[in-house]
Write a protein that binds this ligand. Structure first.
Ligand SMILES: O=c1ccn([C@@H]2O[C@H](COP(=O)(O)O)[C@@H](O)[C@H]2O)c(=O)[nH]1
Length: 289
């Protein structure tokens, strides 16, 4: 089962998935506390059981799933192979995979990161990955262009959900703010898709917890004009709610993808409890779409 034709760009595929399933994204974050909380050993075998139970519960039930790469990388090559299996099985179930890898480096290295996760010959490509623009937005260019050319997407860290992020992201630049410069650059990259009436392939990570940052930085209109999907972590365990998401994003809320990990994952290990938690999350955010 696929949500749209593989030829469609990421923005079009994401929008179609939202129309079908609603905006909720669920994370797969097998960290020690959760894995042990499920009564599993914190070992490769425990994490494998945890992750595959999530695939079974989430696949085909939400528009997108966000595996957190770090929790798989802990287990070395076996963990990476497991992440590839998770990616493959979710995509086969018709669920978009947003791989949270937060890569960012100089151009030559970005080419390799792009090929690793978004390229047509990538071992197990994701539908989108998270990128860090803090070596400069343009340093991401190889991955940005590869995503566009392969019909995949990226989510660039703009206003992250953690309190420490503001010190860097709110900082002033000659044009306004660091976050504002990122929004402006991504808007240029999304212009072609906007012309086709599609969401762009360059999205932002903006936390559900950022409060009045968009107003403080004068970015509300810029975000509305960006045509960018917005991945919003911080929903659930970090305190973000449906109400705060509405308030934070205002007119841009229709492009917001609230993503939650612990709030759903704590319902395991029972598969049906996990599915109920996914359905509750889907219903709670349905009003945003
Ligand atoms: O600004 C950011 C960017 C990414 N994350 C990631 O999202 C999940 C959040 O997990 P919860 O359990 O729902 O808090 C996790 O993988 C983070 O690395 C983020 O929280 N904030």
């Amino acid at each position: 089962m696929t949500t749209t034709s593989p030829e469609a760009g990421f923005g079009a595929r994401l929008k179609a998935a939202h129309e079908r399933f609603g905006p909720a994204c669920v994370g797969i974050d097998p960290h020690r506390g959760l894995v042990e909380g499920w009564g599993l050993p914190y070992s490769y075998e425990g994490v494998e059981r945890f992750a595959l139970t999530c695939v079974e519960a989430f696949g085909g039930r939400v528009a997108s799933v966000k595996p957190q790469s770090a929790f798989f990388e802990v287990f070395g090559s076996r963990g990476v192979a497991l992440l590839e299996r998770v990616t493959k099985e979710l995509r086969e179930a018709g669920t978009l995979v947003v791989l949270d890898v937060k890569r960012g480096d100089i151009g030559t290295t970005m080419t390799a990161y792009g090929e690793a996760f978004l390229g047509k010959d990538a071992p197990e490509p994701a539908d989108a990955i998270t990128l860090s623009p803090y070596l400069g937005y343009e340093s991401l260019r190889p991955a940005l262009d590869l995503a566009r050319d392969t019909g995949r997407g990226v989510f660039v860290l703009a206003l992250t959900s953690n309190p420490e992020g503001a010190g860097v992201q709110h900082a002033s630049t000659p044009r306004g703010s660091v976050a504002g410069d990122i929004v402006a650059a991504a808007t240029r990259d999304n212009a072609e898709a906007a012309g086709r009436g599609e969401w762009g392939h360059v999205g932002f990570v903006m936390g559900a917890t950022i409060g009045s940052a968009l107003d403080d930085l004068g970015l509300r209109d810029a975000l509305a004009a960006s045509n960018a999907p917005v991945l919003a972590p911080g929903f659930g365990a970090q305190g973000g709610t449906v109400e705060t998401i509405k308030e934070v994003f205002g007119a841009s809320v229709e492009r917001v993808i609230p993503t939650t990990s612990r709030d759903v994952l704590k319902a395991g290990p029972d598969g049906s409890s996990l599915i109920e938690a996914v359905e509750r999350t889907r219903e709670s955010v349905a009003r945003l779409a």
